[in-house]
Design a binder for this molecule. Structure first.
Ligand SMILES: [Zn+2]
Length: 97
């Protein structure tokens, strides 16, 4: 098990779990950076990112967005990057030409 964990930690990003929850407290969406009140439907993602375990919350819109087939830069998203379409295009151009 230890060796397996070490192997995972060497990968840049690896999603461990992604579950849909009905929140009990407020959460900030990692994609759009908007604060959502308690009792919202959000997706909680637990992942290994650059060797660290990170838990992020995603609103329904952003969660749908990252699931699109042409979406290939999930690893590079920093909180708030998906706030709007313009920002998304700018971000994509900056990173992928
Ligand atoms: Zn969002």
């Amino acid at each position: 098990m230890y060796i397996l964990i070490q192997k995972y930690l060497k990968l840049k990003t690896m999603v461990i779990s992604n579950k849909l929850v009905y929140t009990r407290k407020e959460h900030t969406c990692w994609g759009c950076g908007i604060k959502f009140p308690s009792r919202s439907d959000m997706s909680i993602m637990t992942e290994v990112r650059d060797g660290k375990i990170l838990s992020t919350s995603w609103c329904e819109v952003c969660n749908d967005f990252v699931k699109k087939p042409d979406f290939d830069w999930y690893d590079d998203i920093v909180i708030g990057d998906l706030r709007d379409e313009e920002q998304y295009k700018e971000f994509k151009k900056l990173h992928y030409g």
